[in-house]
Design a protein around this ligand. Structure first.
Ligand SMILES: Cc1cc2nc3c(=O)[nH]c(=O)nc-3n(C[C@H](O)[C@H](O)[C@H](O)COP(=O)(O)O)c2cc1C
Ligand code: SF4
Length: 431
């Protein structure tokens, strides 16, 4: 059991944030190689790698890249999603803070392959330090001729800008992010098939490639070593490695890069083991269904986690031990989505707030047994009926928590207090 480092391979090298040290470790050799390839060859290499988007949905990267029109009748853009608002996720922060040139190199290669001359990195507002590091690295890359006009004498131009968010989770949703970059209110746009894909009509209605920080950071290693090399790691459909941000009740919280398909329990061991008795894991950020301990014998890849009733999501891996009251935990989760709901559509705007009110009633000791089915009913009214996936994300965790921990809800309603806290008091009193 060990980490398998592709993105983090050189992350501990002193000074790797600087261009000089990055170049000493092969930095920008992938860009040089890519510029000697045709654009289609670069896209084909990404296809061969099997790389899937690491922002949450796991969409094959090459399909987006290939979907950008191959003519230059309009400007094309690259939009790097560094909003990282998903609770429990902090990997993009580390990739920017400690390995900025790897990301910049990946973005320039993506720009070359998609005929884009301009890229934006949309960084969440709270990430002031990663933004500072990225700015410094971008300046270095400009001075060395990796950015700007006629990159390395190739005739290729590419400019890269940082756009800071202002603390909105919804602005991590790719179409709300486009609105935000364009100076509009950060709300989502109508989606395909009711509207064109961003690859056809994205920023300023021009073709736009949108990828997450981790996705784009994978690109230099893929071009340097070949797509087949990357695809030789992981499983057939979930290739390569994945960074999991492990938090909660473990002895060594942090970011761990492991091969896709690694058993969940091995990741827990890497993170120093569970503090106390394992109760549940939320493997992909707060939006994905909770996995109770008896279902944790599962591998960490897209397919295995889906078969287990949850998702890989963004890799925000939250560990809960048996001191956690699920009802209180889910109230906190529901409050997050209610707060972040942008208000554009009724099921999410109203439904998330109703859920919080019902949780508050239960927590105040005034719950009714019907409240459990009422919560489920609201989940059904939000899920699949909302304008964007934030609504679905608000419903899934609550529904899964009732499926797996209904007895805790029933106990809370019947007794007016938490089952877990009552058990803890009982065990202290019994000593
Ligand atoms: C409410 C909401 C918030 C999101 N937040 C993020 C985020 O912070 N970072 C991210 O990369 N993707 C986020 N996504 C997913 C993006 O919409 C998009 O799928 C992703 O940036 C595409 O990149 P990828 O294909 O490389 O994964 C979010 C989606 C939703 C619905
Ligand atoms: S689901 Fe609707 S209200 Fe909720 S964030 Fe998306 S557009 Fe806004």
């Amino acid at each position: 059991m060990a980490e398998l480092k592709v993105l983090f391979k050189d992350i501990d090298v002193p000074g790797i944030q600087t261009l000089e040290v990055y170049e000493q470790h092969g930095g920008y050799s992938a860009l040089r190689k890519a510029l000697g390839m045709t654009r289609q060859q670069v896209i084909d290499e990404v296809k061969a790698s099997g790389l899937r988007g690491r922002g949450g949905a796991g969409f094959p990267a090459w399909i987006k890249w290939n979907g950008i029109p191959k003519d230059e009748s309009q400007p094309h853009y690259v939009q790097c999603n560094a909003d990282e608002g998903e609770p429990g996720t902090f990997k993009d922060r580390e990739l920017m803070l400690r390995h900025p040139h790897q990301l910049i190199e990946g973005i320039i290669i993506a720009g070359y392959a998609t005929l884009s001359k301009v890229g934006y990195i949309y960084i969440r507002g709270e990430y002031t330090e990663p933004a500072r590091v990225m700015r410094r690295a971008i300046d270095e890359a400009y001075r060395a001729g990796y950015l700007g006009k006629n990159i390395l004498g190739s005739g290729v131009d590419f400019d890269l800008y940082i756009h800071m968010g202002a603390g909105s989770y919804e602005c991590g949703e790719e179409s709300a992010m486009m609105s935000s970059i364009m100076g509009e209110r950060g709300q989502p746009r109508l989606k395909f098939p009711h509207a064109p894909l961003p690859t056809i009509a994205g920023l300023w209605n021009c073709p736009t490639l949108i990828n997450n920080v981790e996705t784009l950071s994978c690109v230099p290693a893929i071009i340097r070593n070949g797509g087949a090399w990357y695809a030789s790691m992981g499983t057939e459909k979930s290739t390569g490695t994945k960074i999991f941000s492990v938090s909660g009740h473990v002895n060594k919280p942090g970011n761990y890069e492991v091969e896709m398909g690694t058993p969940l329990m091995e990741l827990l061991e890497l993170a120093g083991g569970v503090k106390g008795k394992l109760k549940a894991v939320i493997p992909g950020g707060s939006s994905v269904p909770i996995l109770p301990a008896d279902k944790c014998d599962v591998n960490l890849d897209y397919e295995s986690l889906q078969a287990a009733g949850t998702m890989l999501g963004s890799g925000g891996f939250m560990v809960l031990n048996d001191t956690v009251c699920i009802v209180k935990f889910m109230r906190r989760t529901a409050a997050f989505y209610a707060h972040e709901s942008c208000g554009k559509c009724t099921p999410c705007r109203e439904g998330t707030r109703w859920m919080v009110k019902i949780f508050d009633r239960i927590l105040a000791g005034g719950g009714r047994m019907e409240d459990i089915d009422l919560l489920l009913d609201i989940c059904d009214q939000i899920d699949g009926r909302s304008y964007c996936a934030l609504g679905d994300a608000a419903a899934w965790p609550i529904r899964a928590s009732i499926k797996h921990f209904r007895h805790e809800y029933e106990y809370f309603i019947k007794h007016g207090h938490s089952m877990v806290e009552a058990q803890a008091e009982h065990s202290v009193g019994g000593r």
